[in-house]
Design a protein around this ligand. Structure first.
Ligand SMILES: Cc1cc2nc3c(=O)[nH]c(=O)nc-3n(C[C@H](O)[C@H](O)[C@H](O)COP(=O)(O)O)c2cc1C
Length: 288
């Protein structure tokens, strides 16, 4: 008899034996009184097993959908920060106006051998080959490690003229690392908007970083002073537009000074020498 026929006969036999054993086991279980210890334990076990199978299957099967939703949400946030988002918008179509580039944060140069479509800055920040620790005295945003390369989004109009530069930013608030985007005008200094797509601050307090009314206060603010130092920050209370330096100040979040400090710190870090400053200096050619 050929070997594989033998093997399949052996397998069928073993399968029949297993089926018989399982049937005997479940028959024995069914025959037990409902309040017996063994039956209670067995029912709990099999319910857990069934749930585990369903949850595992759902987690694996839904992963591509989750990834697609995450990507769509990111695009929506980028469109939102430059004021292009509206209900019913075709996100993928609108997003085609962005040129996505990867920047070497140390040199400020564009990197051509990393695919910007697949490069994930947040993942890279956890990869020892793609990130580096930030010395404690310079880690003002309290993020511990920074990726060597960053993704930047350049919004262009139909004639190809630059409209906005969108920069990913992150920093620790009170409870969480807040991840968002800062959009600048082509002068690399004037703010178009800020947005946080992932943060765990308290709703109504630090969580107000996502409040559109508060976010609107950022429009037209300046990041860099005349020396090229990033001085844009949140201040306690309301900013009087007539006060000196008002263009570098945004109202702090009421009852959330610690989150507000976190936002100021992340601006200072990401727009500074360890962040996008080398890139912005080169890209804008000292136009600021
Ligand atoms: C339950 C709870 C949640 C809080 N959440 C935040 C928060 O998300 N961000 C924040 O800065 N402060 C939060 N605070 C307040 C801080 O502990 C701190 O009092 C506050 O930042 C001081 O801000 P203020 O000087 O503007 O009042 C929270 C306080 C409590 C009791």
């Amino acid at each position: 008899m050929p070997e594989n026929t033998q093997t399949s006969a052996g397998f069928s036999e073993t399968w029949q034996q297993w089926k018989a054993r399982a049937k005997a086991y479940f028959d024995k279980l069914r025959a037990l009184p409902n309040d017996s210890f063994e039956k209670t334990l067995a029912v709990a076990f099999w319910v857990c097993m069934a749930c585990a199978v369903v949850v595992s299957f759902a987690a694996v099967a839904l992963k591509p959908l989750q990834e697609a939703n995450k990507a769509a949400d990111m695009k929506r946030n980028i469109l939102e920060v430059v004021g292009l988002w509206e209900e019913g918008l075709d996100v993928d179509e609108a997003f085609k106006r962005f040129e996505i580039k990867v920047v070497d944060l140390a040199t400020g140069e564009f990197v051509e051998d990393i695919d910007p479509e697949t490069y994930d800055m947040r993942q890279a920040a956890k990869d020892p080959d793609l990130s580096e620790p930030i010395p404690r005295e310079r880690d003002v945003a309290q993020i511990k490690r920074k990726p060597k390369y960053a993704t930047v989004y350049l919004l262009r109009d139909d004639s190809g003229e630059l409209q906005a530069i969108v920069l990913p930013v992150s920093g620790y608030g009170l409870w969480s690392t807040m991840y968002g985007f800062l959009a600048l005008e082509p002068d690399c200094n004037t703010v178009i908007g800020i947005n946080f797509y992932d943060q765990g601050e308290t709703p109504g307090l630090g969580g107000e970083v996502v409040n559109p009314e508060w976010r609107a206060l950022w429009r037209g603010k300046k990041v860099y002073d005349e020396n090229g130092t990033p001085v844009l920050r949140l201040v306690k209370g309301t900013v009087d537009p007539k006060q000196p330096g008002a263009e570098y100040m945004v109202d702090g979040l009421a009852g959330a000074t610690l989150t507000s400090n976190g936002v100021s710190n992340l601006i200072r870090f990401w727009l500074g020498e360890d962040g996008y400053k080398p890139f912005l200096d080169k890209f804008c050619g000292g136009a600021r």
